[in-house]
Write a protein of this length. Structure first.
Length: 510
């Protein structure tokens, strides 16, 4: 299908209305943790008031798909910290230490999690007397020049009727892939990525670290629906930004109820420790972008304080969605008749005979039929284009969920055939062929070098030695080291109290 409709300028306008895809995401709610009753806040790309101010806890997207190179396993990817500017140092992007990052699995369709994979993180600092994230080129995850590192544990919690029946630590002190500071700091980031992939018992694997944001879409819809006249369209707003990713690959039999019931529901949550030492859920996400447009402002935070089993309280936001009415008012395209039971059936229950579990309790989850084999040639529109291995049967990294969901919200399933989209059909970076599949993060040194500067760096190889407490300067002393700055220039490196100041003694022509 093409990204724009074939029948006239009016429909062409609708193609850019990305909000429709969000409404088509169905009913979603950020629920309290299944382990204990708790309050909640918000989730996704800055879509709700409370969570937008605390990005470390803000879950942006969830993906779940049968692994293309290991079809007896399922890969789950959840991302946090939206809009990571690659050059945003000196405090680069870490997972929060006072948070529980959860991947939750409903194996029987009753809207209650049966398994929770819980990730918790610790931060380690080698030298607190420098402001630097790294003090020299980093070639491995245990490189002494990587000043700030993180490790994580994974706990598998099994539940019945939302009460834990067992807890098992399945990983301990696994290293996290760092933020990609730049080419000088991390000349071979691909090696760091590979070292951060950790094999678990029973054929499972895990990864945590920075990645390119895999979601592709044009978010300028929030400027009065692309400027009110479609002058703003077709730009991948997330191009060049990174996220922090957690990826888990597990055997299908571990998460499914049985070989006869292979459909699972998947979502992620974040719990944050409060002042009393109790964990409170502050983020939940299943289907993409569901809280940005489905719910009005009055519901957003309350929506995030409810569990999936209670999602019916927001049903009207799905059966009577706001977006089609806005499209009709602005672009004169008739809105499908209400109530929108087609949206309920697809996005709250799963598609019948595809990814709808028997005796399903309607609730917002990313539902995946693990018995559907990966497509040899995935189609970006997934099920709408005859590819049953794609969205809304789970969500692959390459699935164009915006176009697919927009077409549904504008009536594709009730006779209003259309080829609508947002004119952003693919991610700006190619995804990896093996676990964890997400693309490598954009480096902080992206872009052209300054005029008159080549790719060499006279200073970087000496930073590590200069910042070490041992030697003539001694711990905590200020060292003054003369460095060669290349032909025709000299420099002085002042190190002390966490201050690094490079002063050129002879001005170079730029």
């Amino acid at each position: 299908m093409t990204p724009f409709p074939r029948t006239g300028a009016g429909l062409r306008g609708i193609a850019t209305l990305i909000c429709g895809a969000l409404a088509a995401g169905g009913l979603a709610a950020a629920g309290v943790t299944a382990l204990e009753p708790e309050a909640a806040s918000a989730s996704s790309h800055r879509e709700a008031p409370l969570i937008s101010g605390t990005p470390q806890y803000d879950n942006t997207d969830v993906y779940a798909f049968v692994s293309p190179d290991k079809p007896d396993t399922t890969t789950i990817i959840a991302n946090w910290i939206p809009f990571e500017e690659p050059a945003g140092g000196p405090n680069f992007f870490t997972f929060a230490e006072d948070a529980q990052y959860d991947l939750r699995i409903d194996s029987n369709g009753d809207a209650k999690e049966d398994l929770v994979f819980r990730y918790t993180f610790k931060t380690h600092v080698k030298n607190k007397k420098t402001f630097l994230y790294n003090t020299g080129p980093v070639t491995s995850l245990d490189d002494p020049d990587l000043n700030i590192t993180q490790t994580y544990d994974i706990e598998l919690v099994r539940l019945k009727n939302q009460y834990p029946v067992s807890r098992t630590k399945i990983a301990d002190d696994v290293p996290v892939a760092p933020s990609n500071v730049g080419k000088a700091s991390m000349p071979d980031y691909g090696t760091l990525r590979k070292q951060a992939v950790h094999q678990l018992a029973g054929g499972a694997a895990t990864f945590a670290g920075q990645a390119d944001d895999p979601f592709f879409l044009d978010l300028r819809v929030f400027d009065l629906l692309y400027g009110g006249n479609l002058s703003e369209v077709g730009n991948d707003t997330l191009k060049g930004y990174n996220v922090n990713s957690i990826a888990l690959q597990v055997p299908n039999h571990l998460i499914t109820e049985s070989m006869h019931q292979p459909v699972v529901g998947i979502w992620s949550t974040t719990q944050r420790m409060n002042a009393q030492g109790h964990f409170r859920q502050v983020s939940r996400l299943g289907n993409p972008l569901v809280n940005e447009v489905v719910n009005p402002l009055k519901d957003k935070d309350r929506f995030n304080a409810s569990a999936p089993k209670d999602d019916a309280q927001f049903l009207k936001n799905v059966t009577n969605p706001e977006l089609p009415k806005l499209i009709e008012a602005i672009y004169k395209i008739p809105a499908p008749a209400e109530p929108r039971n087609d949206l309920v059936d697809v996005f709250l229950k799963g598609v019948k005979d595809l990814n709808q579990p028997p005796h399903v309790t309607p609730s917002e989850q990313l539902r995946l039929n693990t018995s559907i084999k990966p497509a040899a040639e995935p189609k970006r529109l997934g099920v709408l284009d005859g590819d049953n291995a794609g969205f809304p049967n789970g969500r692959r990294l390459t699935d164009d969920v915006i176009d697919a969901a927009l077409q549904v919200v504008e009536g594709e399933l009730v006779g209003a055939k259309n080829d609508l989209g947002d004119a952003v059909d693919a991610n700006d970076k190619e995804f990896e062929k093996a676990f964890p599949y997400v693309a490598l993060p954009t480096e902080g040194s992206r872009g052209p070098l300054a005029k008159g500067v080549d790719s060499g760096n006279d200073v970087r190889s000496q930073l590590g030695d200069a910042l070490q407490p041992a030697g003539a300067a001694g711990s905590g002393d200020t060292g003054v080291i003369a460095l060669s700055a290349g032909a025709g220039a000299a420099g002085v490196l002042l190190v002390g109290g966490g201050l690094l100041w490079w002063r050129r003694m002879r001005q170079r022509a730029y």
